[in-house]
Write a protein of this length. Structure first.
Length: 276
């Protein structure tokens, strides 16, 4: 398990903690004043509601009030522990970022850097190397796959030119590609991907988060109101899932139809959430 995987688990735990803190605070807003005390007399337990100097006996039949006071005591003990764990996780994540490891290379003088092969590249260098390797792999597979090669030639002749210099198949794909390029987010268009039980396919985009160094498959489905297209889309999504590509984890998808085009704010939300 790499550091990125550990940080992802910690982020999930932070989400859980934040949810518990929010739930606890919401409960305390409506919780009754005072505390719950009890006294034992032989085999009998009696419950009392303490409000400063006032002490009121609570009948066992008033279980709802007993529950609220007991829950309040538990919640007040739990909250500091949740905040303590939350702070520990945040401190760990901040201290264990890739940046601190990269600084060991960045802090070297330029004259020394040229003689050093970094164990971990700075983010921009890593992204350049990733794109180079992805393009080389794409070129190799296209050369040995005649169908891919012919489709690539057709795309160059009839496709839509992006700001990066790629040719894509639709205006919406151009919007996605140009947005990624404008924000300096590395991507490869139609990089072949081998799926078990099927063979090679060409996802619309393979995109890199250079900060976390995690890559995502991004498919845009542009004719979802077409019955045949929708059926193929469903089968394709199932194929991805069987191969371990899970929405929001390592797979992203956007959709549009003739009456509901791709929205800019949807695109921006996805990019902000996963790549910035």
């Amino acid at each position: 398990m790499g550091m990125n995987d550990i940080n992802e688990l910690l982020q999930q735990r932070l989400t859980e903690i934040d949810s518990m803190i929010n739930e606890a605070n919401n409960f305390l807003v409506s919780a009754p004043n005072g505390t719950l005390n009890l006294s034992r007399c032989k085999n009998t337990v009696q419950y009392y509601w303490n409000q400063g100097e006032h002490r009121t006996y609570i009948p066992k039949g008033d279980s709802d009030f007993l529950r609220k006071l007991a829950q309040k005591e538990y919640t007040l003990k739990l909250l500091p522990e949740l905040h303590k764990e939350r702070l520990s996780i945040i401190n760990f994540i901040e201290r264990s970022t890739t940046k601190s490891l990269v600084d060991a290379y960045n802090d070297l003088k330029t004259e020394k850097k040229k003689y050093v092969l970094p164990y971990i590249f700075p983010s921009n260098e890593y992204a350049k190397q990733w794109e180079l390797e992805q393009n080389q792999a794409k070129e190799t597979i296209y050369k040995t796959n005649r169908r891919f090669a012919l489709e690539s030639e057709d795309l160059t002749e009839n496709g839509i030119l992006t700001e990066k210099g790629d040719y894509v198949r639709s205006k919406s794909e151009k919007i996605i590609a140009d947005k990624l390029f404008l924000l300096k987010i590395s991507y490869i268009y139609e990089a072949p991907l081998l799926l078990k039980g099927h063979g090679y396919i060409k996802p619309d985009f393979t995109v890199l988060n250079k900060r976390t160094r995690r890559q995502y498959i991004w498919e845009h489905f542009g004719m979802i109101d077409n019955i045949d297209y929708a059926g193929k889309t469903s089968k394709k999504l199932e194929l991805y899932m069987k191969n371990g590509y899970i929405q929001g984890k390592n797979f992203l998808s956007t959709f549009e139809s003739s009456v509901a085009p791709l929205k800019t704010n949807t695109l921006e939300t996805i990019i902000q959430e996963f790549f910035l």
